[in-house]
Design a protein around this ligand. Sequence first.
Ligand SMILES: C[S@@+](CC[C@H](N)C(=O)[O-])C[C@H]1O[C@@H](n2cnc3c(N)ncnc32)[C@H](O)[C@@H]1O
Length: 579
Amino acid sequence: MSFVKLKAARETKQSYVIQNTVQTSLESSAVPSEVDQKQATITEKIYKSIPEYLEIRTSSTAGRGLWAKRACGAGQVILAVKPHAAALSNEQLDSHCSQCFGRGTSPGLKRCTKCHAVYYCNSTCQNLDWSLHKHECIALQRIAASGDTSIPSDAIRCLGRIMWKRQKNGPTGDWTREIDQLQSHNQDLKPSAYELHTHLAISLVRYLGFSSPSETASFGLASGADLANFVSRFVTNTFTITDPSLTPLGASVSPPVAIINHSCDPNAVVVFPRARDAAQEPLMQVVSLREIAPDEEILTAYVDTTLPRELRQRDLIDTYLFSCACPLCASPPDVDPRESVWCPKGCGGMCPTPTEGLLSRCAKCKAVLQKTDEVLDAMRVGQQALDKATALQLSDPAKARQLTTNLLPILTSAGLTPSSHPRLALTRLHTVLLIAALPVPPTQAPLDEAVVAAANANAGLGGVLPFGHPVRALAVAELGKLLAVDEPSPAPGPETDGERAQARGRYPPSGAMRLRLALETLVQARAELHVGFGAVNEGGMVGRTVREDIVRLERELGVWKKGIGEALRDAREAGTISR
Ligand SMILES: C[S@@+](CC[C@H](N)C(=O)[O-])C[C@H]1O[C@@H](n2cnc3c(N)ncnc32)[C@H](O)[C@@H]1O
């Protein structure tokens, strides 16, 4: 299985290199132990890609972390680096360049004529990657010659790339030391993780062409224990590389970015907005989601923060071996929108989702939620449908769509709010499936259905993610783009007061009202994308397309307004309406 899939729950995070000053003194708010001091001294000499306004400090609870020494504004790129190693997932190998991770463009990507497994934009990208691919190419050819038709996963190929680069840089080079300082959890692994770690270690040894782990000594890993630690470091510190729409593309490792600790209420995100220079790609950028004060720790989320606390904690313990004590986990609000049901009396307040045997009350009017069993049943079948539809999403999208279409009304009628789990996750999947199934050119009913689903997803995400979060920003952009699609048969304009009142309340709206809403939504999307994907990147690739959509819509609305103005003038001149 692809590592991208194994780590699908993990959120992205990245940045752009501001090559400069060496790490400065340790000014921790936590009092460092003797060991911490020693560690800090070591880190001072490396991590040259960390800019002078950031600082590595250590805490007794989370180990090393990254702190801001001065204030950072929302949407600021605070760290930018090219990962130490990266590999495309198997599914993306023939559609993306293995050097810059860009999507293939006409007249098409060029395939490596030796291994036939990887593709490049052109000879420039191929040459840039050659120092690593020359080893990888031999390994891939050896595997193909053995009769094995499957290409090793992105995790194995990324580990292989680290090994070859490690060999080239030597055991004492900064590059290798940054890799060796990544946190390993090999000593306290849970039995459930053994299988993944053992599978990775055995597959890596085979990929490198060895028959036993001891042969990895030439890479500076002298024993099986060293190899196990190496694999553990990789699992704890891997980032999923994504495209500008957050579609997973592969696995990567970046020690400076991996120093950043986790919070379920993060102040920064890691994104890959795509720079303009292929040699710099895939470029990881850490972007601040809100103002970060001097002496505040930079924190990103390792897991999907739209999930309820219990699921987030499970993912964090399974992969990262810690219990999160962030404010959202340690002192959750009375009603977390991720686990909420509308007030049974309809006062507009919310109740916490019920737990067996415990009464749930509306936080606003205190009404007791009576239909506990209905809610619990809906959540259970909703989760089952979500798991099934997610698994079928690519292999049988029609079946997946049938599942989401059938289940969403059950969750809605049980009273789950748009932000609650699993309603939000199902709505998001439903939206993706509807958009993928839109006919070309789109017909009215499927287009309207997709608009309604995207609006529901927006309502849900707005309740749990902060302004500018990349996931939320992209969802707003998606809704705006759907609203801006030319309607095949816009509803006729309202003529009477009653029709006008009805038209105002109708969703999705039609005609000029729809275009105006599209424009407002896209303007909001642009503002959010500028935060989540960095103002300096103009909101990344999606931000740039949204800007073009806004210009087009403004022009279209201008034509519409002008047309109405001219029609009114003609009517006045003809005496059909009074002056
Ligand atoms: C990607 S590393 C982060 C850097 C790490 N602290 C270090 O010293 O290298 C992830 C590991 O850091 C620790 N960690 C990250 N965030 C934490 C948090 N909020 N609370 C406790 N431990 C955390 C966990 O041990 C986790 O497996």
